[in-house]
Design a protein around this ligand. Structure first.
Ligand code: ADP
Length: 164
């Protein structure tokens, strides 16, 4: 059985992420979406539980996709799935530089682990979780940026963040 891992901060999940997850689910038998509790991104908008819940609702339409989380190193996390491949989305040259470096580090930790990249869909190349967070803070319409089923969650959280 072929297994892909789609890691990310998912703070929150966007339609760009979902596009990569959906395309990966067509190529691999099983996809594990792993919400990484990343020390490099210290002040997330959402808790891991909230992120897991939103990702779960967004991917529930894909039968071969499961959701998990990890606060460890991705290269260590991946060891539990034999032969699993990391699949990531690439938006621009800036993504490439970062991902290339991460891939080399992952290879040092776990030489068996392969990473594959899918190019971002043209309509989502501008989209990132930080853009969504910023738009939400200004009360902007999030339709077309994130899955419809999580818009209310983001708006609710943005309201809390706006309050002093
Ligand atoms: P972000 O960069 O938005 O904070 P993550 O850290 O959660 O996102 O990224 C997880 C993965 O999803 C990365 O491989 C990233 O390149 C990819 N990704 C993020 N946004 C998009 C998008 N709009 N289209 C394609 N891939 C994306």
């Amino acid at each position: 059985m072929s297994i892909a891992i789609c890691p990310g901060s998912y703070d929150p999940i966007t339609l760009g992420h979902l596009n990569i997850i959906r395309r990966t689910s067509r190529i691999f038998d099983r996809v594990v979406v792993c919400v990484m509790n990343n020390a490099a991104k210290p002040s997330p908008m959402f808790t891991v539980e909230e992120k897991l819940d939103m990702v779960q609702r967004a991917v529930s339409r894909y039968p071969n996709v499961v959701v998990d989380c990890s606060s460890g190193l991705l290269a260590e996390y991946a060891r539990q799935y034999e032969g699993a491949v990391i699949v990531k989305g690439l938006r621009a040259a800036s993504d490439f530089e970062y991902e290339f470096q991460m891939n080399l580090i992952n290879k040092r930790i776990n030489p068996e682990l392969e990473t594959m990249f899918l190019t971002a869909s043209e309509k989502y190349t501008f989209l990132s979780s930080s853009v969504v967070r910023e738009m939400a803070m200004y009360g902007a319409d999030l339709t077309g940026l994130v899955p419809n089923e999580i818009i209310a969650d983001i708006q609710r959280k943005a309201l809390l963040w706006r309050k002093p």
